[in-house]
Design a protein around this ligand. Sequence first.
Ligand code: 5U1
Length: 672
Amino acid sequence: MGGPREAAARAQELRATLEDANYRYYVLDAPAISDAEYDRLFRELQALETEHPRLATPDSPTARVGAAPLEAFGSVRHRVPMLSLNNAFADEEVEAFDRRTREALGAEAVEYACEPKFDGLAVSLVYAQGRLAVGATRGDGHEGEDVSANLRTVRSIPLRLRAQRAPRRLEVRGEVILFRRDFERLNEHQRSRGEKVFVNPRNAAAGSLRQLDPAVTAGRPLRFFAYGIGEAEGFALPATQSELLDLLGELGLPVCAERRTTRGAPGLLAYYRALEARRPALPYEIDGVVYKVNRLAEQERLGFVARAPRFALAHKFAAEEATTELVAIDVQVGRTGAITPVARLKPVFVGGVTVTNATLHNEDELHRKDIRVGDTVVVRRAGDVIPEVVRAVPGSRKAGAPAFRLPAACPVCGSAVVRLPDESVARCSGGLYCPAQRKQALLHFASRRALDVEGLGEKLVDQLVDAALVQTPADLYALDVGRLAALERMGERSARNLAAALERSKRTTLQRFVYALGIRNVGEATARDLARHFGALDALIDADESALQEVPDVGPTVAMSIRRFFAEQHNRDVIAALRRRGVSWEEGAPRRAAPAGPLAGKTFVLTGTLPTLSRADATAMITGLGGKVAGAVSKKTDYVVAGADAGSKLARAEALGIALLDEDGLRKLLKG
Ligand code: 5U1
């Protein structure tokens, strides 16, 4: 193979040829050599580097599989945050975006850069002196995971920028995706080896990038498209977004060929329609388009609102729909006991995945849409959301198909299924007993404001339930240190700590205990009122609905919820077992006298985020003056105190004509 000097020259030549082949293939989309030729040159370079190890460089095309498996990913702080985009679905929202942009810029017409919105995973690539230094996921936008070793295996990501004088530091942002045909091949391969099959290209891309072993990622045909930059030093910014992407292309980064520039809302909408029509023919999946003000100086003037830029907008495509046959309707029990009808479908490919189950939301929706077993139905799926049955195709009904009825008993635990007057969903009243609700019920029971079992978090609850050591909260108090210490990742010391925390939690208050039971609609405030009013648990258990409604802020819905809970023998059994195992509290005489203070008899509901007061502070101020703070708005509510992002409680208050206060209003009222 000649002497070292010839070898070095040949290695350099091979590297240049392979890099150029990559650039032509991935960026210019115009392959210059065949796959077989590429492989031959690649192997020749590998052989040279093996024979002369000093020739191997970290940015050689052969270095893409080199790194050893990682223990875990480190984290990377994004010096310039990776923002999300505001979304639009309707044409009017796009017109409003253009109007706002024109007004803010004082311009008659604005030029935009339009790009596909890739359905993949956003990543950041930092090039230092032209060499790929760090690659990271978006994470929460401020801090992502260091997936450098994995990103280095992605062949369309250059390890070295194509530039005579590379920028000192340039952070390229874009999306890692899988082409559809590569995704299908990958799944065929996975299936043939009995390995996990991915539901869609996006999930496959995400799963591949987060592999701890870069060799696994290297075997996945991931691609990358650049769409912008983050931090930049020693890099002369061009005037526009479209020129920026041209420049990234020249530096060797793949940029998408579907980009266009246009003016005004009609231009944006025309681009959207054209790309929507081309969508099925594109080799990769997109879920919409992105519009950006083209001039970078104008982008800077527009700036950002909250977590999204004011100069850009994602215009999403409508969810994909398909028709298929509804084979059966089952019901599922959620973690909070919600009973959801689920459609079992003849398999249908929609929104990039094969769908066999879809939600029918709730009983009312099902009846409103009049969907019955045997119907041909329209199924919709968008992005990662759960597929839903939209409607039945008229005329597809089989003769005599009956309307669906929810079962009267929970299919998981057999407890009564109850629908409260104000709710759209029916729920299992098994509460503490129902296996479907078990983990949620245990976490709530142990939470800080309930029995406050320090150290009993999600992972441990999963372990305890999965190992069948705990079924109800009462079982927690039968655990011993030996059994706990035998759990994975537990150890003797942690086991002792947990046992001690459980022991401490046994001594509690009636208010905490009632709250810990997790009765639907009984939050902390109601638990406190119930505890005060009845003084003893048995009095509460025995109270009928009218007795319950004597408690301030307990209306028919809450009363019914409490009755249903205690009516279940399983729940009473769990309470008895808890008492037997030593959970105790002081019981007192019922206290039904009205409290004193200028706000006595007044009930407040807090909703949304107040500018300066925390919820706990506002509650303390109100209750300190004799007022009550309730969890839900009812006719008995006197004031609703609403802050930012107030939701349904505010809407309900408005519907019932209840006085509304903001933080200032509350402070004035409290001052008298
Ligand atoms: N094509 C494209 N996708 N995408 C996503 N461009 C683009 N730009 C983004 C994001 C989050 O953000 C910048 C506008 C900040």
